[in-house]
Ligand binder design. Structure first.
Ligand code: GUN
Length: 296
């Protein structure tokens, strides 16, 4: 391996420490930041993610309100819960963990959350504000990627970045964020996806490749320009008979070949993952400080 490893843990800790200081300041003004964590059903990955979010809140001094519902909660009861949280002045942020059970409409749920409490940055108003370059809540994983690159001293100004994957949670908001005319951003961005014809043609030219397509080993070393920065947002479980559990986690990047060509690369796990949770706390503290309500 020749690439420098970009580990998310220390950056996440720094974000959490900054957030904890901000939260402590808010408490001296009588504001106790509170984030509602809503989980529906028993999806094993969601159980783990929500637990990590709860632990990060505790580390930052944010009160988390855990609401866990059975998969058959029904549309009406879930939406009523969100209306109640929207109206509750002691609740500053609302996170509904995805994926939801199939009979529930995720778009409708996102639309129901007050944009001022939408710490995930998924509401169309926040997504639209980001697309227009206006302030608002920025989704946590894209924000984490930008803070990781900044921490690593990567200046994106004018650079060619290929983002692979166009999800509303990662790829699309990330492409919008990276192309903003702001200090350290201002990148030339290509939003590629699973149907892009001849993907290597683009990635071989890229200064930065960000993989968020949800397919293991989509990016290999031979697809990279020597010295490129490679950010792997993927988390995929693949079979591995050599492991006791029979499986292991891999990203969207073939780490072994990519790390021989890249200049910097994130591992999976331990790369982008810890940043998502830290940025959620950062957004929750901003919500409690009333940042969104001062926007318009
Ligand atoms: N499921 C996977 N990632 C996320 C996320 O960032 N927020 C929520 N609410 N659900 C998710």
């Amino acid at each position: 391996m020749t690439a420098t490893l970009l580990q998310g843990g220390p950056v996440a800790e720094a974000i959490l420490a900054e957030t904890a200081a901000r939260v402590a300041g808010l408490k001296t003004r009588g504001i106790e930041p509170a984030l509602a964590l809503v989980r529906v059903g028993e999806d094993p990955a969601s159980i783990v993610y929500v637990r990590k979010k709860r632990e990060a809140c505790a580390a930052a001094g944010i009160r988390s309100i855990d609401l866990e519902f059975p998969a058959d909660i029904g549309r009406g009861r879930l939406l009523e819960t969100i209306y109640r949280l929207n109206a509750d002045q002691a609740v500053h942020g609302i996170l509904v963990q995805f994926p939801l059970p199939k009979d529930l409409d995720q778009d409708e749920v996102v639309n129901t959350i007050s944009p001022a409490k939408d710490v995930d940055g998924f509401h169309p108003l926040n997504a639209g504000r980001l697309a227009l370059g206006l302030p608002g809540f920025v989704p946590c994983t894209p924000l984490g990627v930008v803070l990781l690159l900044r921490h690593a001293g990567v200046n994106l100004d004018g650079k060619f970045v290929v983002v692979i994957g166009r999800s509303n949670i990662v790829g699309r908001p990330l492409a919008n964020l990276l192309s903003l005319k702001r200090l350290g951003l201002n990148a030339t961005v290509l939003l590629a996806h699973a149907s892009t014809v001849d993907l290597p043609r683009f990635t071989r030219e890229a200064d930065v490749v960000i993989a968020a397509v949800g397919r293991p080993r989509t990016v290999t070393g031979e697809m990279l320009k020597p010295g490129a920065v490679v950010i792997d947002v993927g988390i995929n479980r693949i079979d591995d008979p050599t492991r006791k559990s029979g499986s292991r986690l891999v990203g969207d990047v073939d780490f072994d070949s990519a790390s021989k060509v890249a200049g910097m690369i994130t591992p999976v796990p331990g790369g982008v993952g810890p940043l998502t949770v830290a940025c959620l706390c950062r957004n929750a503290a901003a919500a409690a400080a009333g940042e969104w309500s001062r926007l318009s």
